[in-house]
Design a protein. Structure first.
Length: 563
């Protein structure tokens, strides 16, 4: 049937993964403005093609929904680009050497004494001698400048003596609740701040305000190149000054330069007036406030994940909750009453149970609603708690790349930390089998923003050395279709946007990507080398890598091939 509505462009391929089926189909997608107006066979879409419609055939290359990364740290990602990258260090001294080289190459040996020197990415767990560093190592090279180095999991910071002095941290400074100022046998700070003690240095762990546009632009370019069309920033704002980066996003949106959808959150702390203001102010399709976030524990590698029973290789500790259980339950109850969604970082089974208990109490008190509260990471769960995810409607927000956070399987600390009785770790398939809704993300900049790593890890569960053969807890592997859905529709659902995003359907927003190969028709190892050819956000091409013969104009694609 002929229609007067004509598409601006149509995309076709023999491999279109709509998200509605488990395999790609042969289809044509018609786009007008920022929406998909039709999808189907060439015959079904033919009436939407007019004389001005641009038409592109991608043969056997995969067309799919854009990736919705449900868990990133936006400003910290920019910070990792702005400061020294210490991720390659194999020792405490090597980290200092890398820092020194970075300063010499980037500051021309002229640094004012009050200027902070920042670094990112060290992790003592990966070092040849896996022990916490000391301020004296930095002092030898930087006695006069304050230095603060954030570790790779963003749960620890390493400062020199000058940095401690400027921040007023000394032997008499008490540990904040949920954090620890590491001290030596004489009671003097070693320079390491653990968990919520990092907040003591929070004011300086920021990209300079004047640099925000440059680094946001770099992030958006990287997201477009990777086919990431929507992200959720889970580093919660704690005060109004933290809003600077979001304001920069708003400036980009006004100029039409925000090329990925940005969602963000505020810290859960019992105060709801300011979050209510954010909810009213930021609610556009490109920049949106999506709820409250808190940290219930740390990570297993440093014994800060909160467990119900002692660590397997350190029975003296089970970790501890970073928030007071009674207080946080009340916070969640009140936030839920006011219609806020809540997300909790919870790696250990104790923290996960506490999060579920919070959501359970809120539901019992306020009544059942479509709250879509979530738990982030979900690394080890007690069997008794598995069904509670679906019963309470709690989203399991997971990052498949964390399965292989260690370069080699032999370096993986989870078996020794958690022991056999808590297995399987990262129980993705188990949670799915118990009816939990999954939403995948990367945890950028802890790992790469590139979704291909998470996709590969979800279906293989092997480390970069190919071990263990067949996958780490192979029963937890999921299919490629399930992985892609969790990384597209899962994030859309998590942000209450499944009616607009996450699948390719008529009426939905045109966030679409094209890959240079059909992921369903290659060996798993080839997924890591897959590249994005085209990224469309809100109906606009924001990235193109179509080759020299297929040049891309800044505002629109030139016609390639007639259907």
């Amino acid at each position: 049937m002929e229609t007067s509505i004509k598409a601006d462009m149509v995309l076709s391929s023999n491999a279109v993964f709509t998200g509605l089926e488990d395999k790609p189909i042969n289809a044509v997608i018609a786009i007008k403005g920022n929406k998909i107006i039709a999808i189907g066979s060439q015959k079904e879409v033919a009436s939407f093609i007019g004389s001005e419609t641009k038409r592109y055939d991608f043969k056997d290359e995969l067309i799919m929904p854009g990736f919705n990364d449900f868990h990133i740290h936006l400003e910290q990602g920019s910070l990792s680009e702005y400061c020294a990258d210490l991720s390659g260090a194999a020792s405490e001294q090597e980290a200092v050497d890398i820092l020194k080289k970075h300063v010499m190459e980037n500051d021309n040996n002229e640094i004012g004494k009050d200027k902070w020197i920042l670094g990112f990415g060290w992790y003592h767990v990966f070092w040849d001698e896996p022990k916490l560093p000391h301020r004296s190592s930095i002092d030898k090279e930087f006695p006069d400048n304050p230095v603060c180095l954030l570790n790779s999991d963003v749960h620890g910071a390493w400062l020199n003596s000058k940095g401690l002095e400027i921040l007023g941290i000394n032997r008499d400074t008490p540990d904040p609740h949920g954090g620890k100022i590491i001290k030596d046998e004489n009671g003097e700070p070693t320079g390491v701040l653990d968990e919520k003690a990092i907040n003591l240095a929070e004011s300086i762990l920021k990209v300079p305000l004047e640099q925000h546009p440059r680094f946001l632009k770099k992030f958006l370019e990287k997201a477009a190149e990777y086919g990431v069309t929507s992200v959720t920033d889970v580093s919660p704002l704690r005060e109004e000054s933290d809003l600077d980066y979001i304001k920069t996003c708003g400036d980009f949106e006004k100029r039409g330069e925000l090329t990925a959808r940005i969602h963000f959150s505020y810290e859960i702390n019992g105060e709801l007036d300011y979050p209510k203001q954010l909810r009213e102010k930021y609610k556009s399709e490109m920049l949106k406030f999506t709820g409250l976030k808190g940290f219930l524990d740390g990570v297993p590698a440093t014994y800060t994940a909160y467990l119900l029973d002692p660590y397997h290789d350190n029975p003296s500790t089970s970790g501890e909750p970073l928030l007071d259980p009674k207080e946080v339950k009340n916070w969640v109850k009140e936030a839920d009453k006011e219609g806020f969604r809540v997300r909790f970082h919870a790696c250990g089974d104790g923290a996960i149970r506490l999060a579920l208990d919070c959501y359970d109490l809120a539901q019992q008190t306020n009544g059942k609603r479509d709250s879509r509260h979530s738990i982030e990471h979900v690394e080890t769960v007690k069997p008794d708690d598995l069904d509670r995810f679906s019963e309470l409607g709690v989203i399991a927000s997971m990052q498949p790349e964390h399965v292989a956070l260690f370069e080699k399987f032999s370096e993986n600390t989870y078996p020794s930390r958690l022991g056999p009785n808590r297995a399987p770790y990262f129980p993705i398939k188990t949670l799915m089998n118990h009816g939990a809704t999954l939403a995948f993300g990367s945890d950028f900049p802890i790992v790469s923003l590139n979704p291909m790593y998470g996709v590969y890890r979800g279906i293989t569960r092997v480390h970069n050395d190919g071990e263990p053969k067949g996958g780490w807890f192979p029963e937890e592997k999921i299919s490629l279709a399930e992985t892609l859905r969790a990384y597209t529709l899962g994030g859309a659902y998590g942000n209450f946007e499944e009616d607009q995003l996450g699948t390719l359907e008529a009426g939905k927003l045109a966030d679409i990507i094209v890959l240079n190969r059909n992921l369903f028709d290659v060996e798993a190892s080839e997924i890591l080398n897959s590249k994005v050819k085209l990224t469309i956000v809100d109906g606009k091409v924001v990235y193109s890598n179509l080759g020299d013969a297929e040049k891309f104009n800044k505002t629109e694609l030139e016609s390639l091939e007639r259907l």
